[in-house]
Write a new protein. Structure first.
Length: 66
């Protein structure tokens, strides 16, 4: 058991939901370009996780099909 206190948890995707409500008028073009890059990286990370989960599910389905 860890001695570190558990951090309070919000609902899933809370940080993303907050980011989507930000006023983009406050950002420079460079800031917006950086934001797009970060969002694209997050999309790629999310898609990779989806594929990993699909592969695991397919393997389990194949194993239990017999």
């Amino acid at each position: 058991m860890s001695d570190e206190p558990a951090e309070p948890r919000g609902h899933r995707g809370e940080a993303l939901s907050q980011a989507l409500r930000e006023d983009l008028e406050l950002y420079s073009v460079d800031d917006l370009d950086e934001r797009v890059g970060l969002l694209r990286a997050e999309i790629a990370r999310t898609e990779a996780q989806i594929e990993k989960k699909r592969a695991s599910k397919s393997a389990a389905d194949a194993f239990f099909k017999f």
